[in-house]
Design a protein around this ligand. Structure first.
Ligand code: ZN
Length: 427
């Protein structure tokens, strides 16, 4: 093989011609001058159609390529502009990079693969790249993958959820496929207009094919779903229903704790001069994890703390049992679950705990949707695990400039079409 073709293969420039390769002593980088073959020249960078040339653009340009050994490498070439009838004046197509990218396709693909498989620090150190650039790369790799696939094909049963992704109350609305477990769509925002975008993309024909839609009880979700797919069965997401109970329990816990703190000996000053609970209030504060955890995961000590609550704070303990009772409803599901829910509702109504009386009312309003979810057994675990995984990704995505980058990363990682490493057809 002639040496220029060996270089072309190493740098991943496809069918382009490597003219010279030089080592830049000042910058300590390898620079390969490359020329696009005559038959590939003057094609639109977006649609690849052959177009008349427009001008020389900004002259020579460099694209970062994968390192060769330990040396950073760049591809350098002319980047003329062409005039496309559809896309206007755009930079001409090059075989080694995506349109508008400053990195080669092989470099992009490697970054996208690493972003979904390894830690931020590993990626940044290994690839010597700034984090916002990673955000731009995952966005274009995702767009490229999306051009060749149909994420909405065969959707029948979907789950809709909102996930907070920044501390200052920013939200993503996500859609998952209950049958494949894939994340199919996500967008920034949690309102009617955001969710409408999804159904508009899905189109009227596919909307009618949806048989089940699970979601939390947010009114804006219910309204949009009712408008676009009136025939689909709306199911209440068990994950959210149980969370309502956990929230109600937490309110009762706070009231109990505050009451204990106000009692003589209930609070004092700590060594740094801050107000701190003492005595029973302190014991209760330490017991809060025991209240939130599922009983099967309790440690020995947490069991003791629960027993202590049962003895000293019967009202709080009843609230705890109510929360557990509701969790049980979804654990058994089906007809048995419906009966258990009926018993739970009368128990909550008689509980004399306002938070649970109120929760009982909310559940009665949503009863049809909750029954539907008990009947159809839509997997609670799926929404919950997607929720958790996206939450983890938001930590990695911290530092990306646009929410679009987080969405792209989430779709690459959880959408079922994972990025692949370049040139791995023969493993
Ligand atoms: Zn074009």
């Amino acid at each position: 093989m002639p040496s220029t073709r060996v270089w072309g293969r190493l740098l991943g420039v496809g069918a382009a011609v490597v003219q010279t390769v030089e080592f830049d002593e000042d910058e300590q980088v390898l620079v390969a001058s490359v020329r696009v073959r005559a038959c590939d020249r003057y094609c639109c960078g977006i649609c690849r159609r052959r177009c008349p040339g427009y001008d020389t653009g900004q002259g020579r340009r460099r694209w970062r390529a994968l390192d060769l050994g330990t040396v950073r490498a760049f591809v350098e070439a002319d980047a003329p502009r062409v005039s496309c009838t559809e896309h206007g004046v755009v930079v001409a197509w090059v075989p080694w990079a995506r349109h508008g990218a400053g990195h080669t396709r092989a470099f992009d693909d490697t970054i996208a693969w690493l972003a979904t498989t390894t830690s931020k620090t590993t990626l940044r150190t290994l690839m010597r790249i700034a984090w916002p650039t990673v955000g731009a790369i995952v966005t274009r790799v995702r767009a490229d993958i999306d051009a060749g696939i149909d994420r909405f094909a065969g959707l029948r049963r979907i789950g809709i959820d909102e996930i907070s992704y920044k501390k200052n109350h920013k939200y993503l609305t996500i859609v998952v496929d209950h049958d494949t477990g894939r994340l199919v769509w996500a967008a920034a925002g949690n309102d009617k207009a955001t969710l409408q975008q999804f159904f508009e993309l899905l189109g009227p024909a596919r909307c009618t094919e949806l048989t089940h839609v699970s979601a939390d009880a947010a009114a804006w979700i219910a309204r949009v779903v009712a408008h676009y797919c009136p025939d689909a069965v709306r199911c209440a997401d068990p994950f959210h229903v149980v969370k309502w109970a956990t929230d109600a329990l937490d309110q009762v816990r706070r009231q109990t704790w505050n009451a204990l703190r106000r009692q003589p000996g209930g609070s004092g000053w700590d060594r740094r001069g801050r107000r701190a609970s003492t005595g029973q209030a302190q014991t209760l504060k330490r017991a809060r994890w025991a209240l939130w955890k599922n009983p099967e995961n309790l440690t020995e000590r947490q069991h003791h703390r629960l027993a202590w609550i049962a003895k000293t704070e019967p009202r709080l303990h009843r609230a705890y049992l109510l929360k557990e009772g509701l969790r049980h409803v979804f654990a058994v599901s089906g007809q048995e679950g419906k009966q258990a829910l009926q018993r739970w509702l009368s128990w909550a109504a008689r509980s004399r705990i306002p938070e649970f009386v109120k929760l009982g009312r909310t559940i009665r309003v949503e009863l049809e949707a909750i029954h539907a979810s008990l009947d159809h057994g839509l997997s609670n675990a799926l929404i919950e695990s997607t929720n958790t995984k996206i939450r983890l990704l938001t930590r990695i995505a911290f530092g990306f400039k646009h929410p679009e980058a987080l969405i792209s990363l989430a779709l690459l990682a959880l959408g079922g079409y994972r990025p692949t490493l370049p040139d791995r057809t023969h493993t």
